[in-house]
Design a protein around this ligand. Structure first.
Ligand code: XUL
Length: 524
């Protein structure tokens, strides 16, 4: 197997919703090894779909905690069997799906500290969880707890000012409150609550690893300015939470050495360090090796805009996290449910299912679409909370349909106007000085990226990083142990390539269109 002798090796894990993935890179950011274990197919005994159990009420969504442990056993065995030399690994870090929580039963710390290298982790940890099914980010069953938490601190805006977000159902504090209310005995038996990220780090560390500021920002519990738990939020969510959560730390903290278990069982060096794990979105930011001021636009099933911010501005839409690379800075994330599936529907209906036809319509229609605006929310959108399709002509009158080429341009213009508008609310500055880095499936379509560049009035770049969360783990591991500047850590990272720049006149057209879009969206 390709392994670079002499150079340090860094491992990045991604405990995501459907799988655990690992990437190994050397000092030059060259990928040496990759492996993954998929929950549904590699661990069918847990009977998950997409890594989760959706309960009968449809709102409750969990994953078996022990499945994640067993997946790590499998993954480590698989990598070892491939001949990978773990003794070269200088440091490990990683990511977890955000918001999910793990409930360690009283006594689990002791078990973690005394793991027997002759046995698997899942066998030894099978009685270590007081709640067997971890609530995950897809859960939306805690609306009542969200309102209770918001009310207890003085309203949704106040909660957003403290924690970076109003009450969101998937946010961990609300999930913890629900467990403390509905499973009081299990809650009382819990000695530590981890996020998926800090739980994963704990497995490597052989003790409780702290929650990092960045993933901790997805809980509605952390004061993102003071970088400590908010006493009023903790009080509202459950008893003794200060003890159960432990002290949060900056995301580049070296937690400590890898446990003796991994040294004895897999041949890690006893000097190998574990750097705090973080959430998958913050880790992706690191894996894309951005510069401060970049806007990352991920165009996938859902579309997400990430921003690296020097200063943050609280609001009811979107999410602010402490920045995973520099904890003096922030990261904003705004997520939209209607992304690729909606674009695909319009491509099917108006472009005969052909992306070539879809793209040709974009080149033959003018910027601003002659004043026509269409809004397409096939699924209930996150902001605004609305569903349905509306089309408006240049006079703002509702119309039933658009000619196919107008429809194609309309879906992209309205989607990108919305990405721009809500990202601006969270602090994005559009304009020629902002690099927009496009990722995700739709980022391979140049005609789509030209519209993105025109609407954002900014140059659009692409970068080929398929596993940015796991890769972000490698970079963060190196950043944490070496303490060198992050820009030096990622010096071997492929530079994003500029593929589109704004067409002349785009700025004026989309400035006024954005005002109109804002008003029309309110009619949805
Ligand atoms: C972000 C979120 C999801 C999960 C998925 O707020 O809930 O992106 O992190 O892994």
């Amino acid at each position: 197997m390709a392994q670079d002798s002499g150079s340090g090796v860094y491992l990045g894990f991604d405990f995501s919703t459907q799988q655990i993935k690992v990437i190994a890179v050397n000092d030059d950011s060259k990928v040496l090894h990759e492996a993954a274990v998929k929950f549904d197919t590699d661990l069918p005994e847990f009977k998950t779909q997409g890594g989760a159990h959706i309960h009968d009420d449809k709102a409750t969504v969990t994953a078996p905690t022990l499945m994640w442990v067993k997946a790590l056993d499998l993954l480590m065995d698989q990598v070892k069997a491939s001949g990978f030399d773990f003794s070269k690994v200088v440091a490990i870090s990683g990511a977890g799906q955000q918001h999910g929580s793990v409930y360690w039963k009283t006594g689990a710390q002791n078990t973690l500290q005394k793991l027997n290298p002759a046995e698997t982790l899942h066998k030894q940890l099978q009685d270590s969880f007081s709640v067997a099914d971890s609530p995950i980010w897809m859960d939306s069953s805690t609306t009542q707890q969200c309102r209770q938490l918001e009310t207890s601190v003085g309203g949704p805006m106040r909660l957003a000012e403290i924690t970076g977000a109003r009450g969101f159902e998937r946010y961990t504090g609300n999930q913890i409150m629900k467990i403390s209310q509905m499973q009081a005995v299990a809650y009382a038996e819990t000695e530590r609550i981890s996020l998926v990220s800090s739980f994963a780090a704990s497995l490597f560390y052989g003790d409780y690893a702290p929650i990092d500021y960045s993933d901790g920002s997805g809980m509605n519990l952390l004061d993102i300015v003071k970088k400590s738990w908010s006493p009023e939020c903790l009080k509202a969510c459950g008893e003794n939470l200060t003890t159960k959560l432990g002290e949060p730390v900056s995301s580049n903290t070296v937690v400590g050495k890898v446990s003796q278990y991994f040294v004895d069982r897999y041949g890690f060096s006893p000097a190998c360090q574990v750097v705090a794990f973080t959430g998958d979105n913050p880790a992706s930011l690191a894996g894309l090796a951005p510069r401060e001021g970049d806007a990352i636009v991920s165009l996938g099933t859902s579309d997400t805009v990430f921003l690296w911010l020097k200063e943050q501005k609280a609001g009811l839409e979107g999410h602010i996290f402490v920045n995973p690379i520099d904890s003096n800075d922030y990261m904003a994330l705004v997520c939209f449910k209607n992304g690729s599936l909606t674009r695909e529907r319009i491509q099917q209906e108006s472009a005969s299912g052909s992306w070539d036809t879809f793209s040709s319509y974009l080149t033959t229609t003018p910027m601003g679409n002659n004043g026509n605006i269409g809004i397409y929310f096939d699924a209930t959108e996150i902001q605004p909370l609305a569903m349905g399709t509306s089309r408006f002509n240049k006079d703002g009158e509702k119309v039933e349909s658009f000619p196919p080429e107008i429809e194609v341009r309309a879906v992209l213009e309205s989607q990108f106007l919305a990405r721009r508008m809500y990202a601006e609310l969270r602090g994005m500055r559009v304009g020629p000085q902002t690099r927009v880095i496009a990722t995700g499936g739709a980022s391979s379509n140049m005609a789509i990226l030209q519209v993105l560049s025109d609407v954002f009035n900014a140059p659009v770049y692409v970068t080929d990083v398929p596993n940015s969360a796991a890769l972000g783990g490698c970079y963060r591991a190196k950043h944490g142990v070496t303490g060198i500047k992050f820009s030096d850590v990622v010096k071997g990272h492929p530079e994003p390539v500029c593929v589109a720049t704004p067409t002349e006149g785009a700025s004026e057209i989309y400035q006024s269109m954005s005002e109109r879009y804002k008003n029309l969206e309110q009619l949805m």
